[in-house]
Design a protein around this ligand. Structure first.
Ligand code: SF4
Length: 383
């Protein structure tokens, strides 16, 4: 009898893309897809730990599998639970071994912890979405925003080879996909590692992203985006895109191709300079406002969405009001607002006090949501 796999994915689109590759790996190993957990005997859980609530949902889901596992084992059936994704990534990078011990303790039913790095890109993904092809272009992040676990869960930024990405996009197009979403923790820095390692990439001239008048990083992202746009997709989009690496060359490239998205998700996180500094975000509120201005000047039809954290370590009322002011000024089309939660391993966890009472965080969340998303909700109700 064939082994049957079932994949449960928590978290972002990057995780969904990872699960599509895991599915390809399972099928290459001779397994077939189960349509329910009950019908499976090889369960893979792609985990997320961006917030404590996400982590707790993983523990809850895996522990809920215990009765099913016991039932299967009593009937002499195989039932293997594999944990991968961000939680495993963080645990294998933790040299003290404490995190791995904790994962074993909190998910006693788990049989294996396999880091994503072992999955690789050799196999074509088994795509779940029939319209949009998700294509990872980088893995990991070098930015170390003080609140974020990603550099610890996914490691340093590694770019996939330029040609491999274009080939994957071409193959998705030939299979009938008309939309493509290029994924990375910071797509704007795509290719920095390739250029810095001195590897030539089709004689492409790297774009040097400037920050405060200085060259920050070289990137090949505008070239990659143009190459993918030329394939002929109806829509080419990308995420995530860091405001401080969003170059003028990138704006020009997008403006040049009508099939590249005009909806830009640019996480601002705060509208206050001191908070941005504590978050290790490399821009000021004014620089962010100027960037949005440059995008809208070139492409007036653009929409801008964002992420904001309220109640970050030490956020005063005045600092929060600066975020409110910025939101009123920019009038985001949508903001994903989250209440700050302390994530272990991060700089903020180790060095900054999570000192804003939950009642204050909650009040700020409600106030900002009302201001920023009011318009969005109105639009939604009329759809
Ligand atoms: S750039 Fe994004 S993924 Fe990287 S550390 Fe900052 S918030 Fe996390």
């Amino acid at each position: 009898m064939k082994r049957k796999y079932f994949i449960h994915t928590f978290g972002c689109q990057q995780n969904i893309a990872d699960s599509e590759r895991i599915a390809a790996y399972c099928e290459a190993a001779g397994m077939e897809k189960a349509h329910s957990l009950e019908g499976a005997n090889y369960v893979v859980v792609t985990t997320c730990m961006i917030r404590e609530s996400a982590e707790n949902r993983v523990y809850g889901m895996v522990n809920n599998l215990i009765p099913l596992k016991q039932k299967k084992l009593q009937s002499n059936e195989e039932f293997t639970i594999v944990i991968t994704g961000c939680m495993t990534g963080m645990a294998v990078r933790d040299k003290t071994g404490k995190m791995m011990k904790e994962l074993h303790r909190r998910m006693p039913a788990a049989d294996q912890f396999i880091p994503l790095e072992e999955i690789g890109f050799e196999l074509a993904p088994l795509r779940q979405d029939t319209k949009t092809a998700l294509i990872p272009i980088t893995h990991g992040c070098n930015n170390f925003c003080t609140f974020c676990v990603v550099p610890f869960t996914r490691g340093r930024e590694i770019s996939r080879p330029f040609d491999a990405i274009v080939e994957e996009a071409m193959s998705a197009y030939m299979k009938g996909f008309r939309k493509v979403l290029l994924l990375g923790q910071n797509v704007n820095s795509y290719g920095s590692d390739i250029v810095l390692a001195g590897k030539k990439q089709q004689e492409l001239k790297p774009v040097y992203v400037k920050h405060l008048g200085k060259h920050r990083i070289p990137t090949l992202f505008p070239h990659l985006l143009a190459e993918v746009a030329k394939i002929g997709f109806e829509e080419v989009s990308f995420m995530s895109s860091n405001p401080w690496d969003f170059s003028d060359e990138l704006i020009d490239t997008i403006a040049q191709y009508g099939n590249i998205t005009r909806t830009f998700h640019l996480a601002v996180q705060s509208g206050d300079d001191a908070v941005l500094k504590r978050m290790n975000r490399w821009y000021t509120a004014q620089e962010y406002i100027d960037l949005v201005g440059r995008i809208k000047a070139k492409m007036p039809e653009s929409h801008v969405t964002t992420d904001i954290i309220v109640g970050f370590c030490g956020e005063t009322d005045e600092e929060f009001q600066n975020t409110v002011k910025m939101c009123k000024k920019i009038q985001f089309d949508k903001a994903y607002i989250s209440i700050y939660s302390n994530r272990r391993g991060t700089h903020a966890y180790k060095h900054l006090a999570d000192d804003i009472p939950h009642t204050v965080k909650d009040k700020r969340w409600k106030q900002l949501d009302k201001i920023v998303n009011k318009q969005y909700y109105k639009k939604e109700q009329h759809v």
